[in-house]
Design a binder for this molecule. Structure first.
Ligand code: H79
Length: 410
């Protein structure tokens, strides 16, 4: 079931950390063109060779407290950590399977450490678990195969369910289980997994990728933003460069400007944004990435009211190319992406009561007028954008609990 904490959160941190960060996009002199955590699959690395990466997984700079505090400073309200990715390596002390962080020089349990830090800083804690693909288990799914010669039920009963149970009992409460790539799981298997999760923790949320339409919400395609409000709660999982796991060659970072604007766009359409960081094998996060997140944090520090706990709104009937609207009962937020000196809008039904720039409360006037064509209109003059803000947010306090746009008249 969708929980209110998740609906209100809007912005979360995804962490992809695993032994794929050791090859970091290159194996035996060959670079992978694809996402770095897929290197085992894409470069056909034999299991026994891939296992050797565990010996270089040192984690000496992994500081869960610092990461979670940082996520909070950057305005993220929840966190999802890869407890097990498709490579089958558990990033916690699993009793069900020895292939886990205990066998690395790092030795520790990042799930435990992150969970404790999340509790300390009031961040909602979630875990990613690759329930179907497992390239280490002889019976786990692998992309491009249809399961011939494999006994998926065997893997499902002997590894997947026991590990999910461990996660939900040893690290409770897990607020969100983020399943991924259901592959050829049947509806019965997805249902069994869902019922199993809920039997242990009834209020645990389940991502859309549990498969067979059984998730609590829609998980969009990786890095894909729906064009319109889709009528369901949704979450956009997305990267800060082109990979999820650390890739030493990927220096093509997405700017803070783009990410802030994507966040506004996603929230305006009723969704959440789960933004990924990929630590190195030593546990550090590339500085280029943390700088981007800091800038997002500065925006949210002053403009968070226009993001968190906002509700999905009907689409505005005109195509405005300079920004977006977000809304919470009584407050319409107009996000202005360009250096406009005025905002002119038609067809907003609610009566404006008071307006100001959200970041510093500079008062603004809303001039209301009926146009010659008979449309209602608002004119709001804006001061110069001296600080070169990426998004100037105007808050207009309005009458009425629901936001209503008037349709375009014939
Ligand atoms: O965990 C992250 C990805 O590893 C995972 N989902 C996010 C959250 C994911 N699993 N599958 N996919 C993404 C789709 C992957 C497709 C591709 Fe490929 C992997 C394209 C290139 C590498 C498989 C191998 C399909 C083509 C080649």
């Amino acid at each position: 079931m969708i929980q209110q904490w998740w609906k209100d959160a809007k912005f979360g941190m995804f962490i992809h950390w695993g032994i794929y960060s050791v090859p970091a996009g290159e194996y035996a002199g060959v670079k992978t063109d694809n996402i770095a955590e897929w290197i085992m699959h894409d470069l056909r690395i034999p299991i026994a060779e891939y296992e050797k990466f565990a010996a270089s997984f040192t984690g000496e700079h992994f500081d869960a407290d610092k990461i979670v505090r940082f996520a909070k400073e950057c305005g993220m309200k929840y966190l999802v950590f890869t407890a097990k990715h498709h490579d089958g390596f558990a990033m916690y002390h699993s009793k069900a399977d020895a292939y886990n962080t205990s066998i690395t020089p790092y030795k520790r349990d990042p799930v435990r450490e992150l969970k404790n830090a999340c509790e300390k800083y009031g961040i909602d804690f979630g875990l990613y678990y690759s329930q179907a693909q497992d390239w280490h288990d002889p019976d786990g799914c692998e992309d491009g195969e249809n399961g011939e010669g494999k006994d998926f039920e065997k893997y499902f009963k002997n590894k997947c369910l026991p590990q999910v149970k461990e996660l939900l009992t040893d690290y409770a409460p897990v607020k969100l289980l983020w399943f991924d790539t259901p592959m050829y799981m049947t509806a019965e298997q997805s249902k069994e997994l869902k019922d199993f999760v809920l039997s242990i923790q009834p209020d645990c949320m389940i991502s859309g990728r549990i498969g067979n339409g059984l998730g609590d919400y829609v998980t969009t395609g990786d890095n894909f933003i729906p064009l319109l409000p889709i009528g369901y709660s949704f979450e956009v999982p997305a990267t800060t460069n082109h990979s999820w796991g650390y890739n030493k060659f990927d220096s093509d970072w997405i700017s803070a400007k783009k990410i802030i604007r994507r966040l506004v766009k996603i929230v305006a359409r009723g969704g959440n944004y789960l933004l990924n960081v990929g630590p190195r094998p030593d546990g550090s996060i590339p500085a280029e990435c943390t700088e981007i997140l800091k800038e997002i944090g500065s925006f949210l520090k002053y403009n968070g009211d226009s993001i968190y706990a906002t509700v999905s709104i009907p689409p505005y009937p005109y195509d405005i190319d300079w920004g977006y609207f977000t809304y919470k009962p009584g407050k319409l937020f107009i996000h202005v992406f360009e250096d406009l000196d005025r905002v002119y809008l038609l067809n907003i039904h609610n009566k404006p009561l008071k307006a100001y720039l959200l970041k510093d409360k500079t008062p603004l006037k809303v001039k209301e007028r009926c146009t010659c064509e008979g449309d209602s209109s608002w004119l709001i003059k804006l001061p110069q954008n001296r600080d070169k803000d990426i998004d100037r947010v105007i808050c207009v306090e309005v009458e009425g609990a629901e936001l209503e746009f008037e349709p375009i008249k014939r």
